[in-house]
Unconditional design. Structure first.
Length: 392
């Protein structure tokens, strides 16, 4: 999947609209808590600056719901970027309208400007043609650098590249190159270690991995509907309903395609309002227990499956990893993975932060900046933001 690169763009003196993914976590005091996504975009920003472009950065932050909300202003991000670049990066008060037009008109060759949160306008997520046109007036070429957003058919990811000469940024090039090792011809045995929640969202991903991966190791709430389909008790743990037929079909497909589905055989849990950790078998879960983490026997089984693998893809914790009582499942499995040879990839977003916070980033040869985008890409799904870019 080769797209026209920003290296091929004639940029001097031209206004370059650069879609970046600066959707970063903020501290309680409103400062950037993790600047990795900003740092990863610096090579493309430096390239355009050196080439004499007038660089205009577009991003979203959080989910303001199409309304202006100061909690989701990109001002802290502009401050962090200014510090990283060693020069001031002004933030326009809006991403469209007269203020944005005037701010972009003032840009000089080599200058950099950030526009306010795209999602302050409902037209961004709705890919509204009128909103796309307002954005398009601000630039003369488009650069896609937000890998974490290319799985969304939004105005800034799909609408803009249809309106002007468009190019792939250096980060997106790197993401596609690295993740293609798992999408195109992964070295086998290939194991996907998947957790977290949002089962309905992840079922298409799991279906895409069936037949590609040799084994799917499922932990966290992601395992609940599969265990329920086998008649296993889940105690007081809530599970998504209405997925029974899809789960049964996926399990059948896995069997037909030779993909092993490895599910937890034991758990760590808690009773509401109590601090004591409850250990139990997956066959005997007390009715008042909330399941919070995979147990030690499951950790051993997962590690045994990872041992000898050549390729591993990780997304989502094995339990409620933000609670120190329930970090062992994720931490110990990934610490074990760090001792094994092979090509190991971590999907970005929350998964990358969890790996960092638990001190197990050494388990991975590549950490993506995209969570959902990385999942969909390695599962073989089409990503609208990549499809919209011209081929090389």
């Amino acid at each position: 999947m080769e797209k026209k690169s920003v290296r091929q763009a004639t940029a001097r003196g031209r206004r370059a609209l650069v879609r970046v993914d600066f959707n970063v976590p903020l501290t309680d005091s409103g400062e950037v808590a993790d600047d990795r996504r900003i740092v990863e975009a610096l090579p493309t920003i430096h390239h355009l600056q050196t080439a004499g472009a007038r660089t205009i950065l577009l991003s979203h932050l959080g989910r303001p719901g199409g309304r202006r909300d100061p909690r989701y202003s990109l001002r802290p991000v502009a401050r962090k970027l200014s510090a990283l670049l060693g020069q001031p990066v002004p933030l326009a008060e809006d991403c469209v309208g007269m203020n944005a037009l005037q701010a972009t008109a003032r840009l000089q060759n080599g200058g950099i400007l950030m526009l306010e949160n795209l999602r302050f306008h409902a037209g961004e997520e709705g890919n509204d043609p009128a909103f796309v046109q307002e954005l398009a007036q601000l630039g003369e070429l488009f650069v896609e650098e937000a890998f974490g957003a290319v799985h969304r058919a939004h105005a800034s990811t799909v609408g803009l590249p249809q309106r002007m000469p468009s190019f792939c940024g250096l980060l997106v090039e790197k993401e596609v190159r690295e993740l293609s090792h798992l999408r195109e011809e992964p070295e086998h045995p290939y194991v996907a270690l998947l957790g977290g929640a949002k089962v309905a969202d992840k079922l298409p991903i799991l279906n895409g991995l069936v037949g590609r991966a040799d084994a799917l190791l499922l932990g966290g709430a992601l395992a609940f509907p599969f265990l329920a389909a086998q008649g296993k008790p889940l105690g007081a743990s809530p599970t998504e309903s209405g997925l029974e037929s899809e789960v049964q079909a996926l399990m059948a497909r896995a069997g037909q395609n030779g993909t092993v589905l490895e599910l937890p055989v034991d758990w760590l849990g808690e009773r509401p309002g109590q601090k004591e950790v409850v250990a139990c078998s997956a066959d005997d879960v007390p009715s008042d227990v909330l399941l919070r983490d995979i147990g030690p026997r499951t950790r051993d089984r997962f590690y045994a499956r990872l041992d000898g693998s050549a390729s591993v893809f990780f997304n989502g914790p094995m339990g409620k990893a933000e609670d120190f009582r329930f970090t062992p499942g994720t931490r110990e499995v990934l610490a074990g993975l760090a001792t094994l040879a092979g090509y190991h990839v971590c999907a970005g977003g929350d998964s990358a932060r969890i790996a960092r916070d638990l001190g197990v980033e050494a388990a991975f040869q590549y950490v993506s900046t995209g969570g959902g985008a990385a999942l969909e890409f390695v599962a073989g799904l089409d990503l609208p933001g990549l499809e919209a870019l011209p081929d090389a």
